[in-house]
Design a protein around this ligand. Structure first.
Ligand SMILES: Nc1nc2c(ncn2[C@@H]2O[C@H](COP(=O)(O)OP(=O)(O)OP(=O)(O)O)[C@@H](O)[C@H]2O)c(=O)[nH]1
Ligand SMILES: [Mg+2]
Length: 259
């Protein structure tokens, strides 16, 4: 396949109105509604912000920048979502940005006192990308409820960096910048834990992966695409067709035929 047909910088510019400078890392901020994403965003970027709407949508967008150890980061505050199944315009924006905008790092902000519910989104993000940092925010609120989070244990279990924060006071944000920097700079190899599905599903995924790689390469995680195909997510096939190959190669029909 023609790997040049996946041009990340033009997708970022044309589809998301995001124009990173040369050498600037793109960092997405994802999370459930009301977990403190914008507070983290404001604390990291200060006044270096630009707000507007997502192109063609009535959903607010915010992008801003920060530097750490001489590197520049463009931070994108994604709409709050409980899932990436694209059931709403917010979920669609978050899913498409992570999938097609291919941020260098995705920070998933979770509420320390609602980990079980919040980690659902984190696991979905980890199916799309390896480059994930989990930010366990609202640690002060959790403490009041008598909840203590085993951050190193969670990090070992999930296979990605986990940082605890109280975004409102700035606690933990230096560590968050450091974790984002290390992930972007590939200071270590992330090995995110991934859900193992029933044998039937795993066998179907195994069979699909080579066909997907042949059609679209590895620009998008082929395992995740296989799972979405098995799920009958035709809207995603349309998106892959539009974003990756500009409807040129009859990719949609070939992907549908692969299932
Ligand atoms: N106590 C405490 N409050 C926080 C913390 N972080 C954020 N908040 C508060 O939580 C509320 C929600 O924060 P936001 O930053 O707006 O949350 P959000 O995730 O951007 O919300 P949506 O954009 O609506 O999804 C605000 O009142 C914040 O001041 C924290 O660490 N501790
Ligand atoms: Mg917000």
């Amino acid at each position: 396949m023609d790997t040049n047909c996946f041009d990340r910088s033009s997708i970022l510019k044309d589809e998301f109105d995001i124009n990173p400078e040369a050498g600037q890392y793109v960092v997405a901020l994802a999370g459930n509604p009301n977990v403190g994403k914008s507070t983290v965003f404001n604390a990291l970027t200060g006044l270096r912000q630009h707000t507007g709407n997502w192109p063609g949508k009535t959903v607010n967008s915010a992008q801003g920048s920060f530097s750490h150890k001489g590197k520049s980061f463009l931070l994108v505050d994604l709409p709050g979502t409980y899932s990436l199944m694209a059931h709403s315009v917010e979920e669609e924006i978050a899913r498409d940005f992570i999938c097609f905008g291919r941020p260098d790092v995705t920070v998933v902000v979770v509420a320390a006192s609602c980990l079980e519910r919040n980690l659902n989104l984190a696991l979905q993000v980890m199916e799309i990308t390896f480059r994930v940092v989990i930010c366990v925010n609202l640690l002060d609120e959790a403490k009041k409820e008598g909840i203590q989070v085993d951050l190193p244990g969670l990090s070992r279990k999930l296979g990605v960096p986990v940082v605890g924060t109280v975004a409102r006071t700035g606690k933990g944000l230096r560590e968050l910048r450091e974790a984002v920097y290390n992930t972007a700079e590939e200071a270590f190899i992330p090995r995110p834990w991934r859900f193992t599905y029933d044998r039937e599903v795993e066998e179907a995924v195994e069979a699909l992966i080579p066909k997907i790689v042949q059609l679209i390469g590895c620009a998008i995680d082929p395992r995740w695409v296989a799972l979405r195909l098995l799920d009958g997510d035709r809207a995603l096939i349309e998106r892959i067709d539009a974003y990756i190959c500009s409807n040129k190669n009859g990719l949609k029909n070939k992907l549908e035929a692969a299932i």
